[in-house]
Design a protein around this ligand. Structure first.
Ligand code: BES
Ligand code: MN
Ligand code: ZN
Length: 484
Protein backbone atom coordinates (compact mmCIF):
# COMPACT_ATOMS: atom_id res chain seq x y z
CA UNK A 1 0.00 0.00 0.00
CA UNK A 2 1.05 3.59 -0.59
CA UNK A 3 2.95 5.25 2.25
CA UNK A 4 2.02 8.93 2.44
CA UNK A 5 4.36 11.78 3.31
CA UNK A 6 2.83 14.67 5.27
CA UNK A 7 4.01 18.24 4.50
CA UNK A 8 2.83 21.74 5.25
CA UNK A 9 2.55 22.77 1.59
CA UNK A 10 2.33 20.86 -1.68
CA UNK A 11 5.75 20.66 -3.40
CA UNK A 12 5.97 22.82 -6.57
CA UNK A 13 7.07 20.00 -8.81
CA UNK A 14 4.10 17.67 -8.25
CA UNK A 15 0.65 17.48 -9.82
CA UNK A 16 -1.75 18.76 -7.17
CA UNK A 17 -5.25 17.70 -6.21
CA UNK A 18 -7.48 20.32 -4.69
CA UNK A 19 -10.52 19.02 -2.79
CA UNK A 20 -13.45 21.43 -3.12
CA UNK A 21 -16.88 21.54 -1.51
CA UNK A 22 -18.20 24.00 -4.10
CA UNK A 23 -17.27 25.26 -7.55
CA UNK A 24 -14.75 28.16 -7.21
CA UNK A 25 -16.03 31.39 -8.79
CA UNK A 26 -13.04 31.63 -11.12
CA UNK A 27 -13.91 28.29 -12.69
CA UNK A 28 -17.65 28.69 -13.06
CA UNK A 29 -17.60 28.53 -16.85
CA UNK A 30 -15.28 25.55 -17.11
CA UNK A 31 -17.21 23.71 -14.41
CA UNK A 32 -20.50 24.26 -16.17
CA UNK A 33 -19.35 22.91 -19.50
CA UNK A 34 -17.77 19.90 -17.76
CA UNK A 35 -20.90 19.28 -15.62
CA UNK A 36 -18.74 19.65 -12.52
CA UNK A 37 -20.79 20.50 -9.44
CA UNK A 38 -18.21 19.49 -6.76
CA UNK A 39 -20.17 16.36 -5.94
CA UNK A 40 -18.18 13.52 -4.30
CA UNK A 41 -16.17 11.68 -6.94
CA UNK A 42 -16.55 14.40 -9.59
CA UNK A 43 -13.32 15.77 -11.03
CA UNK A 44 -12.37 18.85 -12.98
CA UNK A 45 -9.05 19.36 -14.75
CA UNK A 46 -9.01 23.09 -15.54
CA UNK A 47 -7.52 23.59 -19.00
CA UNK A 48 -5.72 26.79 -18.03
CA UNK A 49 -3.73 25.23 -15.20
CA UNK A 50 -1.86 22.04 -16.07
CA UNK A 51 -1.28 19.38 -13.46
CA UNK A 52 -4.04 20.61 -11.20
CA UNK A 53 -7.12 18.56 -10.50
CA UNK A 54 -10.21 19.67 -8.60
CA UNK A 55 -11.98 16.93 -6.70
CA UNK A 56 -15.51 17.45 -5.44
CA UNK A 57 -16.13 16.47 -1.83
CA UNK A 58 -19.83 17.40 -1.49
CA UNK A 59 -20.81 17.65 2.17
CA UNK A 60 -17.35 16.56 3.32
CA UNK A 61 -18.44 13.43 5.22
CA UNK A 62 -16.29 10.29 5.39
CA UNK A 63 -17.62 8.54 2.28
CA UNK A 64 -17.57 11.85 0.35
CA UNK A 65 -13.84 12.26 1.00
CA UNK A 66 -13.15 8.60 0.27
CA UNK A 67 -14.94 8.81 -3.09
CA UNK A 68 -13.00 11.94 -3.96
CA UNK A 69 -9.68 10.27 -3.14
CA UNK A 70 -10.54 7.14 -5.11
CA UNK A 71 -11.66 9.14 -8.14
CA UNK A 72 -8.32 10.96 -8.17
CA UNK A 73 -6.33 7.73 -7.89
CA UNK A 74 -8.24 6.34 -10.84
CA UNK A 75 -7.87 9.48 -12.96
CA UNK A 76 -4.15 9.89 -12.29
CA UNK A 77 -3.34 6.18 -11.96
CA UNK A 78 -0.40 6.52 -14.36
CA UNK A 79 1.33 9.38 -12.55
CA UNK A 80 3.97 8.09 -10.13
CA UNK A 81 3.73 10.80 -7.47
CA UNK A 82 0.93 13.24 -6.72
CA UNK A 83 0.16 15.71 -3.94
CA UNK A 84 -3.16 16.05 -2.14
CA UNK A 85 -3.66 19.64 -1.05
CA UNK A 86 -5.58 19.08 2.18
CA UNK A 87 -4.87 22.51 3.65
CA UNK A 88 -8.57 23.38 3.88
CA UNK A 89 -9.53 20.03 5.36
CA UNK A 90 -9.48 18.81 8.95
CA UNK A 91 -6.88 16.20 9.91
CA UNK A 92 -9.59 13.54 9.88
CA UNK A 93 -10.81 14.58 6.43
CA UNK A 94 -7.27 14.49 5.09
CA UNK A 95 -6.96 10.91 6.34
CA UNK A 96 -10.30 10.00 4.77
CA UNK A 97 -9.27 11.50 1.42
CA UNK A 98 -6.07 9.50 1.61
CA UNK A 99 -7.96 6.31 2.52
CA UNK A 100 -10.07 6.68 -0.61
CA UNK A 101 -6.94 7.37 -2.62
CA UNK A 102 -5.30 4.13 -1.43
CA UNK A 103 -8.47 2.11 -2.07
CA UNK A 104 -8.74 3.61 -5.55
CA UNK A 105 -5.08 2.93 -6.34
CA UNK A 106 -5.34 -0.81 -5.54
CA UNK A 107 -4.75 -3.27 -8.40
CA UNK A 108 -4.39 -7.04 -8.48
CA UNK A 109 -1.35 -7.78 -10.65
CA UNK A 110 0.17 -10.86 -9.03
CA UNK A 111 -0.46 -13.06 -12.01
CA UNK A 112 0.80 -10.79 -14.77
CA UNK A 113 4.20 -11.79 -16.03
CA UNK A 114 5.27 -8.31 -16.97
CA UNK A 115 3.45 -5.17 -16.22
CA UNK A 116 5.05 -1.95 -17.39
CA UNK A 117 1.99 0.25 -17.16
CA UNK A 118 3.04 3.26 -15.09
CA UNK A 119 1.53 3.22 -11.61
CA UNK A 120 0.98 5.53 -8.70
CA UNK A 121 3.82 4.93 -6.28
CA UNK A 122 3.91 7.86 -3.89
CA UNK A 123 1.57 10.39 -2.39
CA UNK A 124 2.27 13.59 -0.50
CA UNK A 125 -0.38 15.20 1.68
CA UNK A 126 -0.21 18.91 2.38
CA UNK A 127 -1.82 19.77 5.72
CA UNK A 128 -1.26 22.36 8.44
CA UNK A 129 -2.14 19.69 11.06
CA UNK A 130 0.69 17.28 10.36
CA UNK A 131 0.74 15.42 13.67
CA UNK A 132 -3.03 15.18 13.91
CA UNK A 133 -3.23 14.02 10.30
CA UNK A 134 -0.60 11.35 10.88
CA UNK A 135 -2.59 10.16 13.86
CA UNK A 136 -5.88 10.15 11.97
CA UNK A 137 -4.19 8.26 9.15
CA UNK A 138 -2.80 5.63 11.52
CA UNK A 139 -6.40 4.83 12.40
CA UNK A 140 -8.02 5.24 8.96
CA UNK A 141 -5.30 3.18 7.31
CA UNK A 142 -6.32 0.06 9.23
CA UNK A 143 -9.68 -0.36 7.50
CA UNK A 144 -7.97 0.25 4.17
CA UNK A 145 -5.44 -2.48 4.87
CA UNK A 146 -8.24 -4.83 5.97
CA UNK A 147 -10.16 -4.09 2.78
CA UNK A 148 -7.16 -4.64 0.52
CA UNK A 149 -6.36 -7.89 2.35
CA UNK A 150 -9.88 -9.07 1.52
CA UNK A 151 -9.71 -7.85 -2.09
CA UNK A 152 -6.45 -9.73 -2.64
CA UNK A 153 -7.96 -12.95 -1.30
CA UNK A 154 -11.18 -12.61 -3.30
CA UNK A 155 -9.24 -11.91 -6.52
CA UNK A 156 -7.07 -14.99 -6.11
CA UNK A 157 -8.17 -17.84 -8.39
CA UNK A 158 -9.08 -21.22 -6.91
CA UNK A 159 -6.04 -23.08 -8.28
CA UNK A 160 -3.92 -20.72 -6.19
CA UNK A 161 -6.25 -20.13 -3.27
CA UNK A 162 -6.96 -23.73 -2.31
CA UNK A 163 -8.52 -24.42 1.08
CA UNK A 164 -5.03 -25.07 2.42
CA UNK A 165 -3.57 -21.90 0.97
CA UNK A 166 -6.50 -19.87 2.34
CA UNK A 167 -5.74 -21.28 5.79
CA UNK A 168 -2.05 -20.50 5.34
CA UNK A 169 -2.78 -16.88 4.48
CA UNK A 170 -5.00 -16.56 7.52
CA UNK A 171 -2.31 -18.05 9.73
CA UNK A 172 -0.14 -15.12 8.61
CA UNK A 173 -2.42 -12.83 10.64
CA UNK A 174 -0.80 -14.15 13.83
CA UNK A 175 1.92 -11.53 13.43
CA UNK A 176 -0.68 -8.83 14.14
CA UNK A 177 -1.63 -10.32 17.50
CA UNK A 178 -4.59 -12.29 16.17
CA UNK A 179 -4.97 -15.85 17.47
CA UNK A 180 -5.51 -18.21 14.56
CA UNK A 181 -6.80 -21.75 14.91
CA UNK A 182 -7.35 -23.96 11.87
CA UNK A 183 -9.35 -27.18 12.11
CA UNK A 184 -8.56 -29.68 9.33
CA UNK A 185 -10.74 -32.51 7.99
CA UNK A 186 -9.77 -35.03 10.69
CA UNK A 187 -10.60 -32.70 13.51
CA UNK A 188 -13.83 -31.63 11.78
CA UNK A 189 -14.86 -35.27 11.49
CA UNK A 190 -14.05 -35.94 15.14
CA UNK A 191 -16.08 -32.94 16.27
CA UNK A 192 -19.07 -33.61 14.01
CA UNK A 193 -18.99 -30.83 11.39
CA UNK A 194 -21.13 -33.01 9.11
CA UNK A 195 -22.38 -30.25 6.82
CA UNK A 196 -19.00 -28.61 6.20
CA UNK A 197 -17.43 -32.02 5.55
CA UNK A 198 -20.17 -33.04 3.12
CA UNK A 199 -19.78 -29.88 1.05
CA UNK A 200 -16.01 -30.37 0.90
CA UNK A 201 -16.18 -34.08 0.13
CA UNK A 202 -16.00 -33.84 -3.68
CA UNK A 203 -12.73 -31.90 -3.65
CA UNK A 204 -9.12 -33.05 -3.61
CA UNK A 205 -8.56 -30.26 -1.07
CA UNK A 206 -10.27 -30.94 2.23
CA UNK A 207 -12.34 -28.36 4.09
CA UNK A 208 -11.06 -26.21 6.96
CA UNK A 209 -12.62 -24.21 9.72
CA UNK A 210 -10.64 -21.11 10.62
CA UNK A 211 -11.14 -19.27 13.89
CA UNK A 212 -9.56 -15.83 14.22
CA UNK A 213 -9.60 -14.23 17.64
CA UNK A 214 -8.93 -10.66 18.60
CA UNK A 215 -8.97 -10.45 22.39
CA UNK A 216 -9.29 -6.68 22.79
CA UNK A 217 -9.34 -5.26 26.31
CA UNK A 218 -13.02 -4.84 27.15
CA UNK A 219 -14.53 -7.08 29.74
CA UNK A 220 -17.37 -8.17 27.46
CA UNK A 221 -18.27 -11.15 25.32
CA UNK A 222 -16.96 -11.00 21.74
CA UNK A 223 -18.86 -9.98 18.66
CA UNK A 224 -18.70 -12.90 16.21
CA UNK A 225 -18.32 -12.68 12.44
CA UNK A 226 -19.14 -15.79 10.45
CA UNK A 227 -18.03 -16.07 6.82
CA UNK A 228 -18.78 -18.30 3.84
CA UNK A 229 -15.43 -19.37 2.40
CA UNK A 230 -16.16 -21.50 -0.66
CA UNK A 231 -12.92 -21.19 -2.65
CA UNK A 232 -14.76 -22.39 -5.75
CA UNK A 233 -18.40 -23.27 -6.33
CA UNK A 234 -19.04 -25.61 -9.25
CA UNK A 235 -22.45 -26.37 -7.81
CA UNK A 236 -21.34 -29.95 -7.12
CA UNK A 237 -23.53 -32.70 -8.57
CA UNK A 238 -26.29 -30.13 -9.09
CA UNK A 239 -23.71 -28.55 -11.37
CA UNK A 240 -23.84 -24.92 -12.49
CA UNK A 241 -24.05 -23.89 -16.15
CA UNK A 242 -20.59 -23.19 -17.65
CA UNK A 243 -21.39 -19.61 -18.57
CA UNK A 244 -20.16 -17.29 -15.85
CA UNK A 245 -18.93 -20.06 -13.58
CA UNK A 246 -15.48 -18.43 -13.37
CA UNK A 247 -17.01 -15.79 -11.09
CA UNK A 248 -17.39 -18.50 -8.45
CA UNK A 249 -13.74 -18.14 -7.48
CA UNK A 250 -15.05 -15.23 -5.42
CA UNK A 251 -17.47 -17.39 -3.42
CA UNK A 252 -15.27 -16.95 -0.36
CA UNK A 253 -15.77 -13.18 -0.21
CA UNK A 254 -17.76 -13.38 3.03
CA UNK A 255 -14.92 -15.16 4.80
CA UNK A 256 -12.38 -12.76 3.32
CA UNK A 257 -14.36 -9.75 4.56
CA UNK A 258 -14.61 -11.19 8.08
CA UNK A 259 -10.85 -11.81 8.12
CA UNK A 260 -10.17 -8.29 6.80
CA UNK A 261 -12.37 -6.83 9.53
CA UNK A 262 -10.50 -8.72 12.26
CA UNK A 263 -7.23 -7.50 10.75
CA UNK A 264 -8.48 -3.93 10.85
CA UNK A 265 -9.51 -4.25 14.53
CA UNK A 266 -6.09 -5.66 15.39
CA UNK A 267 -4.19 -3.00 13.46
CA UNK A 268 -5.98 -0.20 15.24
CA UNK A 269 -5.80 -2.04 18.56
CA UNK A 270 -9.55 -1.96 19.10
CA UNK A 271 -10.67 -2.59 22.70
CA UNK A 272 -13.54 -4.76 21.42
CA UNK A 273 -13.12 -8.54 21.61
CA UNK A 274 -14.06 -10.16 18.30
CA UNK A 275 -13.94 -13.59 16.76
CA UNK A 276 -14.33 -14.73 13.15
CA UNK A 277 -15.43 -18.25 12.28
CA UNK A 278 -14.76 -19.03 8.64
CA UNK A 279 -16.09 -22.11 6.85
CA UNK A 280 -13.63 -22.95 4.09
CA UNK A 281 -14.35 -25.62 1.46
CA UNK A 282 -14.37 -26.25 -2.26
CA UNK A 283 -17.73 -27.28 -3.73
CA UNK A 284 -16.37 -29.63 -6.40
CA UNK A 285 -17.60 -32.76 -8.14
CA UNK A 286 -15.90 -36.08 -7.42
CA UNK A 287 -16.42 -39.68 -6.47
CA UNK A 288 -16.86 -38.62 -2.85
CA UNK A 289 -19.32 -35.80 -3.56
CA UNK A 290 -22.42 -35.40 -1.47
CA UNK A 291 -25.68 -35.75 -3.37
CA UNK A 292 -29.17 -34.34 -3.60
CA UNK A 293 -31.32 -36.47 -1.30
CA UNK A 294 -28.54 -37.08 1.24
CA UNK A 295 -29.29 -36.50 4.89
CA UNK A 296 -26.49 -34.80 6.83
CA UNK A 297 -25.97 -34.50 10.54
CA UNK A 298 -24.87 -30.97 11.34
CA UNK A 299 -22.66 -29.91 14.24
CA UNK A 300 -25.78 -28.78 16.10
CA UNK A 301 -27.10 -32.35 15.99
CA UNK A 302 -29.94 -31.38 13.69
CA UNK A 303 -30.25 -33.32 10.45
CA UNK A 304 -30.63 -31.69 7.05
CA UNK A 305 -32.07 -33.09 3.84
CA UNK A 306 -29.97 -31.98 0.88
CA UNK A 307 -32.10 -30.81 -2.05
CA UNK A 308 -29.53 -29.12 -4.26
CA UNK A 309 -25.76 -29.43 -3.81
CA UNK A 310 -25.43 -25.91 -5.22
CA UNK A 311 -27.03 -24.51 -2.08
CA UNK A 312 -23.78 -25.35 -0.25
CA UNK A 313 -23.28 -21.99 1.44
CA UNK A 314 -26.10 -22.36 3.93
CA UNK A 315 -24.80 -25.83 4.85
CA UNK A 316 -21.26 -24.76 5.69
CA UNK A 317 -22.65 -21.73 7.54
CA UNK A 318 -24.95 -23.93 9.63
CA UNK A 319 -21.88 -25.57 11.16
CA UNK A 320 -19.89 -22.32 11.40
CA UNK A 321 -22.77 -20.46 13.09
CA UNK A 322 -23.20 -23.26 15.58
CA UNK A 323 -19.49 -23.25 16.33
CA UNK A 324 -19.55 -19.47 16.82
CA UNK A 325 -22.01 -19.94 19.69
CA UNK A 326 -19.20 -21.63 21.67
CA UNK A 327 -17.75 -18.16 22.20
CA UNK A 328 -20.97 -16.91 23.86
CA UNK A 329 -21.01 -13.91 21.51
CA UNK A 330 -22.96 -10.74 22.29
CA UNK A 331 -23.96 -10.65 18.61
CA UNK A 332 -23.33 -12.67 15.46
CA UNK A 333 -23.05 -11.21 11.96
CA UNK A 334 -22.58 -13.54 9.03
CA UNK A 335 -21.47 -12.51 5.55
CA UNK A 336 -22.02 -14.79 2.57
CA UNK A 337 -22.26 -14.75 -1.21
CA UNK A 338 -25.30 -16.87 -0.58
CA UNK A 339 -27.95 -16.59 -3.29
CA UNK A 340 -28.51 -15.52 -6.87
CA UNK A 341 -31.99 -14.50 -5.67
CA UNK A 342 -30.59 -11.56 -3.70
CA UNK A 343 -28.96 -10.27 -6.90
CA UNK A 344 -32.34 -10.46 -8.65
CA UNK A 345 -33.91 -8.56 -5.77
CA UNK A 346 -31.31 -5.87 -5.02
CA UNK A 347 -28.83 -5.86 -7.90
CA UNK A 348 -25.29 -4.77 -7.22
CA UNK A 349 -25.83 -1.62 -5.15
CA UNK A 350 -27.01 -3.09 -1.89
CA UNK A 351 -26.59 -6.30 0.07
CA UNK A 352 -29.55 -8.10 1.66
CA UNK A 353 -29.99 -7.64 5.41
CA UNK A 354 -31.74 -10.36 7.39
CA UNK A 355 -31.80 -11.08 11.10
CA UNK A 356 -33.60 -11.60 14.37
CA UNK A 357 -32.60 -8.37 16.12
CA UNK A 358 -34.01 -5.00 15.14
CA UNK A 359 -31.37 -2.96 16.98
CA UNK A 360 -28.42 -4.82 15.48
CA UNK A 361 -29.97 -4.62 12.02
CA UNK A 362 -30.61 -0.88 12.40
CA UNK A 363 -26.97 -0.31 13.43
CA UNK A 364 -25.76 -2.24 10.42
CA UNK A 365 -28.05 -0.36 8.05
CA UNK A 366 -27.02 3.04 9.42
CA UNK A 367 -23.31 2.18 9.40
CA UNK A 368 -23.64 0.90 5.85
CA UNK A 369 -24.94 4.29 4.70
CA UNK A 370 -21.96 6.01 6.34
CA UNK A 371 -19.30 3.87 4.72
CA UNK A 372 -21.05 3.36 1.38
CA UNK A 373 -21.62 -0.38 1.94
CA UNK A 374 -25.37 -0.24 1.77
CA UNK A 375 -27.94 -2.74 2.91
CA UNK A 376 -31.64 -3.26 2.44
CA UNK A 377 -33.82 -5.16 4.91
CA UNK A 378 -35.37 -8.40 3.72
CA UNK A 379 -37.96 -10.56 5.48
CA UNK A 380 -37.85 -13.92 7.16
CA UNK A 381 -41.09 -15.03 8.67
CA UNK A 382 -42.86 -18.09 9.96
CA UNK A 383 -43.94 -19.14 6.46
CA UNK A 384 -40.31 -19.62 5.44
CA UNK A 385 -39.85 -21.98 8.37
CA UNK A 386 -42.87 -23.97 7.25
CA UNK A 387 -41.48 -24.14 3.70
CA UNK A 388 -38.32 -25.81 5.03
CA UNK A 389 -40.10 -28.79 6.57
CA UNK A 390 -38.61 -32.10 5.39
CA UNK A 391 -40.22 -35.51 4.96
CA UNK A 392 -37.11 -37.30 6.11
CA UNK A 393 -34.94 -34.97 8.22
CA UNK A 394 -35.31 -32.20 10.81
CA UNK A 395 -35.14 -29.53 8.13
CA UNK A 396 -34.57 -29.32 4.40
CA UNK A 397 -31.90 -27.18 2.91
CA UNK A 398 -34.01 -25.32 0.36
CA UNK A 399 -37.26 -25.50 -1.56
CA UNK A 400 -36.99 -27.43 -4.81
CA UNK A 401 -37.51 -25.43 -7.99
CA UNK A 402 -40.35 -26.72 -10.08
CA UNK A 403 -39.12 -26.10 -13.65
CA UNK A 404 -42.49 -24.84 -14.81
CA UNK A 405 -44.56 -27.50 -13.09
CA UNK A 406 -46.68 -26.98 -10.03
CA UNK A 407 -48.45 -23.90 -11.29
CA UNK A 408 -47.50 -20.31 -11.70
CA UNK A 409 -46.66 -19.46 -8.08
CA UNK A 410 -44.33 -22.42 -7.63
CA UNK A 411 -41.87 -20.94 -10.10
CA UNK A 412 -41.13 -17.93 -7.91
CA UNK A 413 -39.22 -19.05 -4.87
CA UNK A 414 -37.95 -16.52 -2.31
CA UNK A 415 -34.66 -18.37 -1.99
CA UNK A 416 -32.72 -15.53 -0.35
CA UNK A 417 -35.29 -15.56 2.46
CA UNK A 418 -35.35 -19.35 2.61
CA UNK A 419 -31.55 -19.40 2.91
CA UNK A 420 -31.72 -16.83 5.72
CA UNK A 421 -34.53 -18.76 7.43
CA UNK A 422 -32.37 -21.87 7.25
CA UNK A 423 -29.45 -20.02 8.88
CA UNK A 424 -31.75 -18.65 11.59
CA UNK A 425 -32.25 -22.21 12.82
CA UNK A 426 -28.54 -22.41 13.61
CA UNK A 427 -28.03 -18.95 15.15
CA UNK A 428 -29.19 -20.15 18.56
CA UNK A 429 -31.39 -17.18 19.44
CA UNK A 430 -28.54 -14.72 20.03
CA UNK A 431 -28.76 -11.32 18.30
CA UNK A 432 -27.91 -12.25 14.75
CA UNK A 433 -27.77 -10.60 11.34
CA UNK A 434 -27.11 -12.17 7.97
CA UNK A 435 -25.75 -10.17 5.05
CA UNK A 436 -26.26 -11.76 1.64
CA UNK A 437 -23.45 -10.14 -0.35
CA UNK A 438 -23.77 -12.13 -3.61
CA UNK A 439 -24.36 -8.94 -5.64
CA UNK A 440 -21.68 -6.68 -4.14
CA UNK A 441 -18.55 -8.79 -3.54
CA UNK A 442 -17.21 -8.32 -7.05
CA UNK A 443 -18.30 -5.87 -9.73
CA UNK A 444 -17.81 -5.97 -13.47
CA UNK A 445 -17.29 -2.21 -13.70
CA UNK A 446 -15.11 0.21 -11.74
CA UNK A 447 -16.95 1.49 -8.68
CA UNK A 448 -16.72 4.47 -6.34
CA UNK A 449 -13.76 3.09 -4.37
CA UNK A 450 -11.88 0.94 -6.84
CA UNK A 451 -11.49 -0.82 -10.15
CA UNK A 452 -13.65 -3.64 -11.52
CA UNK A 453 -13.24 -6.88 -9.57
CA UNK A 454 -13.14 -7.56 -5.86
CA UNK A 455 -14.58 -4.77 -3.70
CA UNK A 456 -13.64 -5.99 -0.23
CA UNK A 457 -17.26 -5.24 0.65
CA UNK A 458 -18.00 -5.62 4.36
CA UNK A 459 -14.62 -4.87 5.93
CA UNK A 460 -15.25 -1.16 6.41
CA UNK A 461 -18.81 -1.91 7.45
CA UNK A 462 -17.87 -4.41 10.20
CA UNK A 463 -14.99 -2.24 11.35
CA UNK A 464 -17.27 0.80 11.67
CA UNK A 465 -20.01 -1.30 13.29
CA UNK A 466 -17.62 -2.40 16.01
CA UNK A 467 -16.47 1.19 16.54
CA UNK A 468 -20.06 2.41 16.81
CA UNK A 469 -21.56 -0.38 18.90
CA UNK A 470 -19.12 -2.77 20.50
CA UNK A 471 -16.34 -0.70 22.00
CA UNK A 472 -18.23 -0.12 25.24
CA UNK A 473 -18.90 -2.73 27.87
CA UNK A 474 -22.61 -2.29 28.42
CA UNK A 475 -23.86 -2.10 24.89
CA UNK A 476 -24.96 -5.71 25.00
CA UNK A 477 -27.61 -4.59 27.47
CA UNK A 478 -29.55 -3.01 24.59
CA UNK A 479 -32.83 -4.93 24.42
CA UNK A 480 -33.61 -6.77 21.25
CA UNK A 481 -36.75 -8.28 19.86
CA UNK A 482 -36.93 -11.29 17.63
CA UNK A 483 -38.64 -10.79 14.31
CA UNK A 484 -41.77 -12.96 13.94
N1 BES B 1 -22.54 -18.98 -4.57
C1 BES B 1 -23.86 -19.15 -5.03
C2 BES B 1 -24.65 -17.86 -5.04
C3 BES B 1 -24.20 -16.79 -5.99
C4 BES B 1 -24.83 -16.61 -7.19
C5 BES B 1 -23.17 -15.93 -5.65
C6 BES B 1 -24.44 -15.62 -8.04
C7 BES B 1 -22.78 -14.91 -6.50
C8 BES B 1 -23.41 -14.76 -7.70
C9 BES B 1 -24.62 -20.16 -4.17
O1 BES B 1 -23.85 -21.16 -3.61
C10 BES B 1 -25.64 -20.82 -5.04
O2 BES B 1 -25.24 -21.50 -5.93
N2 BES B 1 -26.92 -20.60 -4.75
C11 BES B 1 -27.98 -21.18 -5.51
C12 BES B 1 -29.03 -21.71 -4.56
C13 BES B 1 -30.08 -22.56 -5.22
C14 BES B 1 -29.48 -23.82 -5.76
C15 BES B 1 -31.18 -22.88 -4.22
C16 BES B 1 -28.57 -20.10 -6.43
O3 BES B 1 -28.66 -18.97 -6.01
O4 BES B 1 -28.90 -20.42 -7.56
MN1 MN C 1 -23.67 -22.85 -4.87
ZN1 ZN D 1 -21.85 -20.72 -3.36
Amino acid sequence: MLKPVFRHAPPDDLPVVEPVAAVPDALRGAAESAHFAAKPGQLLEPAAVPRRLLAGIGAGARYDLERAGAAVARHWSGIPHVALDARDLSALQAAELLAGFCLGAWRFDRHRKRDDTPRLKRVTVATPHRDAAREAWARAETAVRGTLFARDLVSEPANHLTTKEFARRLRGLTKHGIEVEILGPKRLARDGFGALLAVGSGSAHGPRLAVLRWRGTLDAPPVAFVGKGIVFDTGGISIKPAHGMEAMRADMAGAAACAGAILSLALRNSPAPAVAVLAIAENATGAGSYRPGDVLRTLSGRTVEVVDTDAEGRLVLADALHHALCFKPRAVVDLATLTGAIVSALGTHRAGLFGNDAALMASLAATGEQVGERLWPMPIGESHRVDLASDIADIRQCVPSSRGEGGWAARFIPDASHAAAFLREFAGGVPWAHLDIAGVDTLIRPHALGPAGATGWGVRLLDALVAARFEEEDHHAVPWTAAP
